[in-house]
Design a protein around this ligand. Structure first.
Ligand SMILES: [Zn+2]
Length: 93
């Protein structure tokens, strides 16, 4: 289990999220990539049958709620079911 990042920042202008991990490494992830990789059971099921949700490329992050082992991300398309564990986020290229 990974430690929580020291900082999580929503960069509205560039449409990305940055995570600064405890080793000092900063990771950047596009909003659309995060939305596409939503780990909730609905999105995983759709992806599994090759019918992944159509993601708006301009989707933005409305809110980020720390949940202990990860974060819940609220997107501008209204989707907020995904809770992204730290090790899952770290594994998103
Ligand atoms: Zn989802």
């Amino acid at each position: 289990m990974m430690n929580a990042p020291e900082h999580i920042t929503v960069h509205a202008a560039s449409g990305r999220l940055s995570l600064t991990w405890t080793d000092g490494h900063t990771q950047w992830i596009d909003n659309a990539t995060l939305r596409e990789r939503c780990p909730c059971s609905t999105c995983r099921r759709l992806a599994h049958v090759g019918n992944a949700t159509q993601i708006e490329s301009r989707v933005t992050i409305v809110d980020v709620q720390p949940m202990g082992y990860g974060v819940q991300i609220v997107f501008s398309d209204g989707h907020a079911q995904g809770i992204y564990p730290w090790d899952y986020l770290a594994g998103i290229a």
